[in-house]
Design a protein around this ligand. Structure first.
Ligand code: BMA
Length: 351
């Protein structure tokens, strides 16, 4: 039998790259074995810091039917001594919300300043495919469900924490129902969290052999930094052995998030460890939440659709990397430049 180490990629990793992310030695930090009730897998958790300083994770928990719900776990240091709700915190409610018939998945949490509540944008798995749904909460005990905000197929959605010119902005990832069409990240605006418009492609999936060709999506919600909104996104590389989920970085203008200031060409985080390479879905790192403490960013990610793991990175290192490796993705001075090479954008943009 092969030793466990034989299945980690790190043993044949080229060491000339500067690694920006450090995995926590206790990884995976939460698994189904830690759960207070029967669960197949726990992964893809949203994250936020509560007013009392505690870290709250809202984990996706999949049962043995294959249906997911969300359950809160709280910890003082965000690493150990998790207090996990003894039953599903936010079960799917298909009786009152038919779009949740096949469960709810992959929450992203953002504190909305003007509303003074947390938004939870999540995937509701409807009969017509995954869609983006919204719930608001004060305490992660009770949730006000606002229902679908984007029709299927659409997922990987999160708000920015504040409005731009009086409107909320949402990043999301619709999948066009056209054979061969790519799945890009989109940006949409709303005055009231209910009515949406001015939809535009924000970041395009690349082409060909690229790590982020064909399909990309927002990972954690946008992170505000002095240089812009730091965006971590996942790219899906399809291979004969399956799909590889890896992470890349981009930077958006602070005052106008339609402007992409930088985008890295290379991925920065990828499945390397056994718990990321082996599980219900092999070769997946899938963060849905971060917590910033000063310059240190704690990144909570789903590993192989099976467990929750933690990595840390310095925000200043990620920004420095984008400065040197991030090119000038789209000229910030002239938004129309952004669409110069964007074939798909031309098709949906008037004028
Ligand atoms: C994506 C999402 C994630 C999942 C990933 C890998 O499409 O459904 O929930 O982690 O696939 O299976």
């Amino acid at each position: 039998m092969l030793a466990m180490d034989a299945v980690t990629r790190k043993h044949h990793t080229n060491h000339h790259f500067r690694e920006l992310f450090s995995r926590h030695p206790a990884n995976p930090i939460l698994t189904a074995a830690n759960w207070p009730y029967p669960a197949n897998s726990v992964f893809n958790a949203g994250a936020t810091q509560l007013a009392n300083g505690e870290t709250l994770l809202l984990a996706r928990v999949e049962d043995r039917r294959g249906i997911s719900h969300l359950t809160a776990a709280r910890s003082a240091d965000g690493i150990t001594d998790w207090r996990i709700d003894p039953r599903p915190t936010m079960p799917a409610m298909p009786e009152s919300c038919p779009e949740e018939i096949w469960g709810i998945e992959d929450p992203r949490i953002v504190w909305l300043e003007d509303v003074q509540r947390f938004s939870v944008t999540y995937t509701a798995y409807s009969r017509l495919g995954p869609l983006v749904a919204l719930a608001l909460t004060d305490d992660f005990k009770t949730f006000e469900r606002r229902g679908p905000i984007m029709p299927p197929e659409d997922k990987d959605a999160a708000f920015f924490p504040r409005k731009f010119d009086g409107r909320w902005a949402l990043i999301h990832r619709p999948v066009p129902n056209v054979p061969g069409a790519k799945a890009h990240m989109w940006l949409s605006f709303s005055p009231d969290l209910k009515h949406w418009g001015d939809h535009m492609v924000l970041l395009e999936a690349r082409d060909g052999a690229y790590w982020d060709a064909g399909k990309i999506g927002l990972s954690p919600p946008p992170i505000e930094t002095p240089e812009g909104w730091l965006i971590m996104y996942h790219g899906v590389r399809r291979t004969p052995a399956g799909a590889l989920y890896r992470l890349g970085l981009a930077l958006l203008d602070l005052e106008d998030p339609r402007r992409v200031l930088r985008r890295g060409e290379e991925w920065v985080f990828s499945p390397q460890e056994q718990y990321e390479m082996v599980g219900d879905v092999a070769d997946v790192v899938f963060p849905c939440g971060t917590i910033a403490q000063g310059d240190e960013l704690r990144i909570y990610y789903g590993a192989a659709d099976t467990s929750i793991a933690l990595a840390t990175a310095k925000i200043s290192d990620l920004l420095a990397w984008l400065r040197t490796e991030g090119g000038q993705a789209h000229g910030p001075a002239d938004l129309s430049d952004q669409f110069a090479g964007a074939q798909d954008q031309r098709l949906i943009r008037p004028g």
